[in-house]
Design a binder for this molecule. Sequence first.
Ligand code: RP5
Length: 185
Amino acid sequence: MSEQSTSTSKKQIETSPLVGIIMGSESDLEIMKGAAEMLRQFEVEPELTIVSAHRTPERLREYASKAKARGIKVIIAGAGGAAHLPGMVAANTILPVIGVPVKSSNSIDGWDSMLSILQMPYGVPVATVALNGAKNAGILAAQILALHDTSIAGKLEAYKEYQDDIVMESVKNVKRLGYTNEFDK
Ligand code: RP5
């Protein structure tokens, strides 16, 4: 990390975090830490904690209702099974909420987590990513911040180019294996 980017991260830690990552249980952390790792790639230092919709309903209400005033711009919420956390957070804030369905220990096959987050009623949207898709949630949160932050926007552009480079390297690798590719002739 460059000297400049280190000081940017320090500055963000000193000021209030822009992204709140919450999850229903510590058992979700293995998946949900992917969102934090991705945000750090864009030099956004998120806060991360446990808020359970069922076990700590008062904490949920307080977290969601105070988030905007604390300077949070986007909330990423992950849970599994009867995954009510993202929806109930969205019910208590006007901030955008990105929901991450987790294939948790109490999930039958992942569909329960998916559908409880995805099938929100009209009026209370949750932007749902793929099952265990915490990394994409991190990227999406950075994209929302980038609307008003040219520095994050620049890092997202660079990330797109990086992905392009990786795929084009694979194109060369596959060609080396002897497969015909008329398209890239
Ligand atoms: C959900 O139940 C949590 O978000 C987690 O995905 C799942 C299992 O929680 P633990 O029993 O492991 O605490 O509320």
